[in-house]
Structures are given as structure tokens and as C-alpha cells.
Design a protein around this ligand. Structure first.
Ligand SMILES: *Cc1c(COP(=O)(O)O)cnc(C)c1O
Length: 375
């Protein structure tokens, strides 16, 4: 077996190094660092790429979710129905605006919020539904669109893991009031620091978020409402502009790696994620096994780094103890089984083959460390 280590992800500059450095230099020479021409251009370009008329840059993806919720009128005392399986930031964004996250269980195939469970969780206080396109797999937006319409609820999409994803051919983030994106460095479109954006087809909503992200100012030093400081900076916008044109090609590579994973993992002891929509963008590739810690140790012994997304359902996080005693057994089960294998545009076919060989040799070929975990 070859000995090179296969990291989960390598965030150092690669083939785009010269472009990124040139973009940084341009901003340094201009001397304009917050909300300037790079942000405006990136907002236009990201909106066009995402199939929406408007995009508004924010400081983070978490802020993008919170600002969207706030701009559609969700606030203190309102309930927002969302998924128990996501980055905790999805639900933290709900808490940030004084609303209460209400967790409904997963669709066991998609691993995204189940529309029927969401419907059962509706109360007179429900103001919005917040599905997450987890791992790049679009949530069932046809069902959520009709549910939101039928019940008169706002529909906000957490697209932080689904840049350029589609559901039934339609871009994610365009089904309801808007979509929230993160450009945290590990995402499918990543900055070199924190950054986020909202997309929407509603010009009024875009204006409101533009104002809210900048302290609620309508003019310089005139604050019409108590906004927040969540501006996108020029360096990050310039870097994102150099990377955006490559996302579609990278998504193609992600899809082909996922299909190679599926072919090469046939007959293995793990369950691979199903492809339920061709618009899946494979931010992550979590396989499932009831012997997760043993498989993770087995891969680690072979020099292959894996991660768990996510080990704890959000309603079971200590930070949410006082919020909601939701029972989400499908999410509980998933959190005990998922293990993300390396999948990124720089992963070489030979590395993928090595990873799948090691998975195929499990559990029969499990190492000492792996066996120890098994017992
Ligand atoms: C990354 C992520 C967030 C938070 O984005 P930040 O930019 O880190 O604030 C929210 N939801 C999901 C699903 C994410 O993956």
C-alpha cells in the first residue's frame, strides 16, 4: 500500500494561487477595504451564477441566515422549524434574532428536513421554515414550497453547503423568500476567511438586508433601525470573484468523484449516500456504518483522514438544552453512523481508489486499532 497521507482537505492555495495573489494586490493598491467595488461586482456575479436577481454580501453564512429571517419579519417569540442535523450555526442564527428553533426529524434518505415532520411541528407561533441542503443534497423543495404557501409561512433556505446546487432543475435559494450562503474556507466556494451572502428575487428584501448588515444606516451616520455589523470585505470579495468562475467545473469534478465512490464501494460494508437529485453538489460524501469509530480508525491507520458531520444532533447540544426537547430519532441514529470521506476537486483518482480499497477491506482487514474499537 502507498504511504502518502490523504488529508480530508487542503486549503493552501493551489492552481489559483497567482489569480488570488493578483486579486489581493489589486485591493491593496486601491486602498478600499470594506463594502466597495469588489463587493458590488461579486454581488452581481454571484447573483447571476446562482440564478437570482439580487445578492447581498454579509460577514458570515450565519449572519446571512439571521438577516434573511429578520428581514422577512421573523423575531422575538416566533418559531422557526428546522433540521436537527446541520452545522449548529443554522439554529444559532435563529436564536440570534430572538426566535426559537423547533426541530423536526429527517427524511431518512435525503438526510434533510422531512416536509411531513415539519408540517406536524407547525404551531400558531410558527413564522418560517428553514430547510438545509445538507452535504450538497437539496432538500425536497417542491414539498416545502407548497407547505409554506399552504400555511402562509416564510421559506428560507440554508444553502451554505450547496453553491450552484439545484432541486428539480431549479437553483437552490430561489424557492422561497431567499437563500443564505457561507463562503467559509471549506465550502464549495470558499474565501480566505469568513464571508457570506443572501440571494433573493425580492428587491425590497435585498435593500432591507443591505441596510441591516451596515448598522441599519440609510445614509452615512443616519441609522434608521438597529442593524448589525456584518459587512463583506473587499479582500474576500476579490478572492471570491477569482474563484466563482471555477465552481461549476469543480462541481462537475465533485459529481464524478461521487459516482466513482459509488461504483468502487459497491458491496462494501458501508451505505453510500443516494443521489436523489442530479442537482446534488457533493459538498461532503458521508458514508454510513454502525461501526463508525472502527472504520475511522481503520482509515486513519492507512493514513486517510475522515471527519464526522455531525456527531451531535443540534437539539442535543448543551447550548440548546433550554430551547426544545425535540425527539428526532432518525437524526440521533444518523449522527452515530455518518463518516465523511475526503471529496474535493483536488482529490486524485489514485487517492480515491486507495480510500475505497481501504474501506472495502473493512471490517475483515481491520487493523488492531480498528478491532479494539470494534469490541
Ligand atoms: C457553514 C455553515 C453555516 C454557517 O456558515 P458560517 O459562514 O460559518 O457562519 C450554516 N449552515 C450550514 C449548513 C453550514 O454548512
Amino acid at each position: 500500500m502507498s504511504v502518502g497521507r490523504i488529508p480530508f482537505l487542503d486549503l493552501r492555495l493551489g492552481e489559483d494561487a497567482a489569480d488570488v495573489e493578483a486579486a489581493i494586490r489589486k485591493v491593496l493598491e486601491r486602498g478600499w477595504f470594506v463594502l466597495g467595488p469588489e463587493v458590488e461586482a461579486f454581488e452581481r456575479e454571484f447573483a447571476a451564477a446562482s440564478g437570482a436577481p439580487h445578492a447581498v454580501g454579509t460577514g458570515t453564512g450565519t449572519d446571512a441566515i439571521a438577516l434573511l429571517l429578520r428581514a422577512v419579519g421573523v423575531g422575538q417569540g416566533d418559531e422557526v422549524i428546522t433540521t436537527p442535523l446541520s452545522a449548529a450555526y443554522t439554529a444559532l442564527a435563529v436564536m440570534m434574532i430572538g426566535a426559537r428553533p423547533v426541530f423536526a426529524d429527517l427524511d431518512p434518505d435525503r438526510m434533510t428536513l422531512d416536509p411531513r415532520a415539519a408540517e406536524s411541528a407547525i404551531t400558531p407561533r410558527t413564522a418560517a421554515i428553514l430547510p438545509v441542503h445538507l452535504y450538497g443534497q437539496p432538500a425536497d423543495m417542491t414539498a416545502f414550497s407548497s407547505l409554506a404557501e399552504r400555511k402562509g409561512l416564510a421559506l428560507i433556505e440554508d444553502c451554505c453547503q450547496a453553491h450552484l446546487g439545484t432541486c428539480g432543475g431549479r437553483p437552490v435559494g430561489t424557492f422561497g423568500a431567499g437563500g443564505a450562503f457561507s463562503f467559509y474556507p471549506t465550502k464549495n466556494l470558499g474565501a480566505l476567511g469568513d464571508a457570506g451572502a443572501v440571494i433573493t428575487s425580492d428587491a425590497g428584501l435585498a435593500d432591507r438586508i443591505r441596510r441591516l448588515r451596515n448598522g441599519g444606516q440609510i445614509d452615512r451616520y443616519r441609522h434608521a433601525e438597529a442593524g448589525v455589523n456584518s459587512r463583506l470585505d473587499e479582500l474576500q470579495a476579490a478572492i471570491l470573484r477569482t474563484r466563482l468562475p471555477h465552481v461549476a467545473r469543480h462541481t462537475g469534478i465533485r459529481r464524478s468523484l461521487a459516482s466513482n465512490y459509488r461504483a468502487r464501494l459497491a458491496g462494501a460494508s458501508v451505505t453510500v449516500p443516494p443521489e436523489l437529485d442530479l442537482g446534488h453538489v457533493y459538498h461532503l460524501f458521508p458514508v454510513r456504518t454502525s461501526m463508525r469509530s472502527a472504520l475511522q480508525a481503520h482509515l486513519s491507520d492507512a493514513g486517510i483522514e475522515t471527519l464526522v458531520h455531525y456527531p451531535i444532533p443540534i437539539p442535543r447540544q448543551q447550548a440548546f438544552a433550554a430551547v426544545n426537547p425535540a425527539e428526532c430519532p432518525i437524526a440521533d441514529h444518523a449522527c452515530n453512523e455518518v463518516l465523511s470521506l475526503p471529496l474535493h476537486p483536488g482529490l486524485r483518482p489514485s487517492e480515491l481508489a486507495r480510500i475505497t480499497d481501504v474501506v472495502q477491506s473493512f471490517p475483515a482487514g481491520a487493523s488492531r486499532a480498528g478491532k479494539r474499537h470494534l469490541s
